[in-house]
Design a protein around this ligand. Structure first.
Ligand code: HEC
Ligand code: HEC
Length: 156
């Protein structure tokens, strides 16, 4: 009995795998290059790399995808039109990404690396800390209570 279960699972898994390989669009997506409006990220970026960057953006700013990505204007389509540039937040994010890369390349390239794009001392989270408005006024307003707490801890 157990053997039959195993064979059935194997058969389903094989069909699913063959399906993925014979479906060119699914395959192209895995290898990247399926994205149509990348202006700063490499055009042939893999699905996995793109999604890990998008997750980093979202978590660093404490937002969801729709904070930067507009909905389809075509009402027959549901969800977000990731390639659209309709939201200012997306363009600001591009500038922020370039600023971050510039800071790493010019201020943290201690070893004069020829691949400064791989240096990540400064990341979105360095400034954002989970908010889309990392306004210094908010922190400066709290500076007295932060200093008082630090003073108290030192006393221990
Ligand atoms: C802080 C802003 C921001 C957030 C949040 C964000 N993205 Fe993006 N996303 C961008 C930017 C900027 C680009 C374009 C990068 C470029 O020009 O190279 C982009 C591009 C993309 C693309 C490629 C579209 C194409 O065909 O050109 C996809 C797919 C995508 N994002 C998915 C997501 C998903 C899924 C999430 C949520 C988990 C997400 N993004 C969250 C800013 C954001
Ligand atoms: C050196 C500090 C710093 C770094 C690094 C940084 N940001 Fe920002 N970001 C800011 C500040 C400051 C603001 C303006 C906040 C305000 O206006 O309240 C801002 C604003 C934004 C906004 C507009 C938010 C809004 O509410 O309209 C987006 C989008 C954004 N950053 C995305 C990013 C992304 C994505 C990264 C990483 C690639 C990043 N930032 C890295 C400091 C930084």
């Amino acid at each position: 009995m157990k053997k039959w279960y195993f064979l059935a699972i194997l058969a389903v898994a094989t069909i699913a795998t063959l399906g993925a390989f014979s479906n060119p669009s699914a395959n192209d997506k895995k290898q990247g290059g399926g994205y149509t409006n990348l202006k700063i990220l490499p055009k042939d970026i893999s699905d996995e790399a793109l999604h890990s960057i998008m997750r980093e953006f979202s978590i660093s700013l404490g937002v969801r995808c729709g904070f930067c990505h507009a909905r389809y204007t075509d009402t027959t389509k549901r969800g977000l039109d990731f390639a659209s540039d309709a939201k200012d937040e997306k363009n600001i994010a591009r500038k922020m990404y370039q600023m971050t890369a510039y800071l790493n390349a010019n201020y943290f390239n201690w070893n004069k690396s020829t691949r400064p794009d791989t240096i990540h001392y400064v990341v979105c989270y360095t400034c954002h800390r989970g908010t889309h408005e990392p306004d210094a006024k908010v922190f400066l307003a709290r500076i007295d209570s932060i200093a008082a707490a630090a003073q108290k801890n030192r006393g221990k």
